[in-house]
Structure formats: C-alpha cells, structure tokens
Write a protein that binds this ligand. Structure first.
Ligand code: GLY
Length: 562
C-alpha cells in the first residue's frame, strides 16, 4: 500500500509520513536518496521481500548509474548498518585504496610542488575501487536476495538510459573541459559533444556490461578477468599505475562504528578511515555541559564554531587509515580531553585558529558525493555515503568498461601542509602509502533517542561533518527530517579561520555580533549539501523521510509493508 504523500516546505522538499499499527515492528519501509529512481528501486526491492541491506545495494547501484557525478562503481563509500534485534551496528568500509605502486611523493613535481592536474584528473588520480566489492559483501553477508536481482534495476537503467536533470548539468559544467580530453568518456556523458540539455537520455551500455559481469560472477566479475583487464589496460594507457593484483587484492573491511552518548541519545557514526565520526563525537563532547536550548542563536553558533575549530584541527593532525596509523581514538573521545579543549573556550571571545598548535590550512569542498538513508519493515537501518570524489571523479572511463574512475587519491595529503582540491591538508597520518585507504569526511550516522531514531548523512566534502552535526542536533531538539535536511547551515573547519554561513542562515545583526566576538564571518551565495534523512518514531509508530530541497532530483518515500 502506498503511503500518504504530502508536499512540505520549500520547492524540492518532499516529506512523507505514514502511521502504522504495530509498536515494536514498524512494518514500514522508507528510502531517502539523491535520485528518485534510486529511491523507487530501493522501495521496490523491499516490497519484493528484500531487506534494508538488499535495498542498500540496489540504491547504491542505481545511484552509480543515474547520478554519475557523485558516486559510482568506480568509487567507494561507507555503509553504516544497524540491526535492532541484536542492537548490532557495523560500518562496511568500501573505501578505495592506493595502488601498490603508489608512493608518498607521487604527485610532486621536480620542485616539490603538488601537480594538481595529475592529482585530480585522469588515471593516476584513481584509487582501487571499493564500491563493487562492498555491494557483493553486503549482498552475501546481510542481504536475502541474489545479487543479480539487486543489480537488475541498475543494469536496466544503464541500458535504457535516464534523463539528464539540473544536478547532472550543473556538476558537469565544472568538469566537461577535463572530460573532453577523453573522447570515448565524453561520448557517454556528453553524447552531443557538450553538456547535454535537460531531458537528454544518457545510455551506458558498457557500464551495463560491467554491472552484468558483477551480477553473474560476483567479486571476480569486476576484480578479475575481462573487466579487470580492460580497467588496468585503460588506466595504464593513460599514465596510471594499477595492476591486476591491485584489483584482485582489494578487501572490504568491517569497522566498529564510533558510538558515544550525548544528552540521552546514542550516536552511532562513521569510524576511520572516515574522520567524520570522531570529529562529530569530539564536538558533542566539548559542548555537552551547555544546554543549547538556553543559548540564543549567536551564542549557539559561537559555541559550535569554537568546538568545530578544535575538532578539525585534530582531524588534520591525527586521522588516517586505521590499518596504517595508530589513531588515539580513546584519548580524542575522553572526557578529560574534551575538558582540556573547553579550557581555552570562552563565550565572550573567539580563539584564533593560529593560537591552536599546528597550522593546517583548510578551505572548501563542493557538493559531490551522495547519501541515502533507509529503513525496512523489521526496523533494520542503513545510512550510506558514497563517492567518486570530485564531480564525475577523474573524468575518465577506461574504454569498454563504462567505469568512471574516482579521483580519491586526492583525499590523501600529497605533501605535508599542501591543500587538496578542497583545501584540506594533512600530515603523515594521511600520507600516500601503497594499499592505504585515504582519509574521508563521509559521515553516515544513526542517532537513537528514547523514542525516536534518526538516519542521516549528506555529501559536501569537509562540510559533511558539520552538516551532520547540525542535523543531529536538530533531531535532538525534537524536529523531524524535513527540518534537518532544509535547515540553513554554517561551518567552521579551523583553517581558514572563518565561519561560513549559507545566505539567510543568520540575520545581519547576528553576523555583526559574531564579528564583535572576533569571528570572521563569510556568507556564501551558493548553498551546500544534499542531506537525506529517515526518522522512526516509536511513540506514535510513525516514519518520516525527507530529501534536501537544495537539489530537485532527490526522492523520499515511505510505505506501509503489508
Ligand atoms: N571524497 C570526499 C570524502 O571522502 O570525504
């Protein structure tokens, strides 16, 4: 039975609300994703008897086809799973890895400067993909339906095509000039030789063939044999360093999520190689003594910005692939450490970032990457954030594969203190090493309160972390997903030493008050993020789902499952 649909709030925002009968078994299914075709496919898989983990595979694979700017079979991601019966949560880590021939200085020129072109465009920029291995892993270990059935909607859409939307166009505008360097790739995504008009049908027959090989042969269909050979040949022909062994050796990891309590709520969120969970947990630990409801907006923004500043400094200093570096997680999340961070925090004055040890400069990240949140009829939850890094990744697809390569190698710090495409810098912990996973900001998150459970996440590079923070604080304030996804955003990331605000997020007098405290405040005309949330409320047995109004293409749906 189809749930009741209601339009809500600004254009592009869809809130759906269904009220079922049973208290402990929600009996409802919900998906919110960045594309309505992915949402529909995920809902259909669950309606056909699949569980949330099956649907996570289907939604991820369909997004890979219909939202090629943001994620894909050539990329990676984190899938945060929660099973309510056992109260078990796990993060499936399908993050890309550096090829075995990668080395610390591989993007430096003779003068020791980072060659930005090589770091983000073409074959050398690509890490070994993790997404297809993660889909196989999810299907084998958590799903209930055959992989071929889960991938069928993506294969059909790759063959039959989908319509170009505003997001496809907007993001391709940033990357078209690079993609045109590889005519076979440009033919797929720009069939008429230019950024296509709205409604143009994009067909990807080579990608359909690659997806079919994965559906038929599982891991081996992508990482060994014909597809792997084409990938390696195409990468090496363009100056890349992948080998057949790199692909065959790719391994999905299962990670314990970061879990902390905050004011009666349990936070379950992404662990390293994501930096997001630790940073969010640090911020919550720092602000815990304050009752945010007693603060006015200026005090609240000031407090959060000060906590963000401190957490982002630690991100640059300490975080990297946990299989390669010893991350002092216990220290970073300890009450004593939070107390130390608070000891320099004053409510009447901003602390310049330069006064905190280390001086990593960080700037902006854009709205690529993608996120989906979903719930099945047994209450299983998935919060998934996936990426190929910059819009359309490395902008190159090895011939005959349809696999748009990621440019995730740029998420490593190519040289100590040298900013990447987003201005993020790091030090040794995130230096390039063979087979290492690059640090990420992706923060798929679940928050459990006394009655309500939130599933949320967003793209947005370094700002993912603060968006998820603001979203979960809004949930804890008592609001539902339509509020989390649409609320105006602000952000501080240590360096540059500024509070970034979306236009309209603060009144002029509030900005003036923050400046009087010593903050630099910069208002951005362009909004950021693309949050997708689902909420289960056991008090009234309702489920809500909402997608971010900032883009038109998202889809949020809730249905009662008979
Ligand atoms: N490529 C963006 C991230 O993983 O944070």
């Amino acid at each position: 039975m189809m749930g009741k649909l209601r339009s809500f709030g600004p254009i592009g925002l869809l809130l759906v609300l269904v009220t079922p009968a049973l208290a402990d078994s929600p009996g409802q299914i919900a998906v919110s994703s960045a594309h309505e075709l992915a949402t529909e496919a995920g809902m259909d898989i669950m309606a056909a008897g699949g569980n949330a983990f099956d649907a996570a595979v289907t939604v991820s694979a369909v997004l890979a086809v219909v939202e090629p700017a943001s994620s894909g079979i050539g990329g990676g991601g984190f899938w945060l799973l929660h099973q309510p019966e056992s109260d078990r949560s796990v993060m499936v880590d399908g993050r890309e890895t550096a090829p075995a021939a990668a080395y610390r200085d591989m993007f430096l020129d003779a003068d020791g400067r980072v060659n930005r072109d090589l770091a983000i465009n073409g074959a050398l920029a690509a890490g070994i993909p993790g997404a297809p291995a993660a889909w196989v892993h999810l299907a084998e270990h958590y799903g209930s339906l055959p992989l071929a059935e889960l991938l069928a909607p993506a294969i059909r859409l790759a063959e039959e095509g989908f319509e170009v939307d505003q997001k496809y166009q907007t993001l391709l505008n940033f990357r078209a000039h690079i993609m045109l360097q590889w005519p076979e790739t440009a033919e797929i995504f720009m069939p008429d030789g230019d950024v296509p008009a709205l409604g143009t049908i994009i067909r990807q027959p080579d990608l359909a063939g690659t997806l079919r090989a994965l559906a038929e042969r599982g891991f081996d269909g992508f990482y060994r044999g014909e597809v792997a050979e084409r990938l390696v040949d195409g990468v090496r022909a363009e100056g890349g360093i992948w080998t057949m062994e790199d692909l065959a050796n790719y391994v999905v990891a299962e990670r314990e999520p970061i879990r902390i309590s905050y004011r009666g709520h349990e936070l379950i969120t992404a662990s390293p190689p994501s930096s997001g969970g630790i940073a969010i947990a640090q911020i919550l630990n720092i602000i815990e003594p304050w009752d945010l409801s007693e603060l006015d907006r200026v005090e609240r923004v000031h407090l959060l910005a000060e906590a963000m500043r401190r957490a982002y400094r630690d991100r640059a200093l300490y975080l990297g692939d946990p299989d390669f570096v010893a991350i002092p997680t216990d220290m970073l999340l300890s009450p004593a450490y939070a107390a130390g961070q608070r000891s320099t925090l004053r409510m009447d004055r901003a602390l310049p970032s330069s006064a905190l040890a280390a001086d990593p400069a960080m700037t902006m990240e854009s709205d690529n990457t993608t996120h989906f949140s979903l719930l099945d009829a047994d209450g299983n939850l998935v919060s998934g954030t996936l990426t190929i890094n910059l819009p359309y990744g490395a902008a190159y697809a090895p011939p005959g594969t349809g696999v748009l390569l990621n440019n995730e190698m740029d998420d490593f710090s190519a040289a100590p203190g040298e900013p990447n495409a987003y201005g993020l810098i790091g030090f040794t912990a995130n230096a390039i090493e063979p087979r290492k996973r690059m640090l990420s900001s992706m923060s798929p998150t679940i928050v459990k309160g006394p009655d309500r459970i939130a599933v949320l996440g967003t793209p947005g590079g370094s700002r993912i972390i603060t968006m998820v923070l603001l979203g979960l604080l809004d949930f804890i304030d008592g609001n539902g997903p339509e509020s989390w996804v649409s609320m105006p955003r602000f952000h501080h990331q240590y360096q540059p030493d500024e509070i970034l605000v979306e236009r309209g997020a603060l009144e002029d007098k509030e900005i003036a008050a923050l400046r009087a405290l010593g903050h630099e405040v910069n208002v951005r005309a362009r909004p950021w993020g693309n949050m997708h949330g689902v909420m289960l409320n056991r008090k009234n047995d309702s489920v809500e789902a909402a997608h971010d109004p900032r883009w038109q293409s998202g889809g949020a749906e809730v249905r009662s499952q008979p």
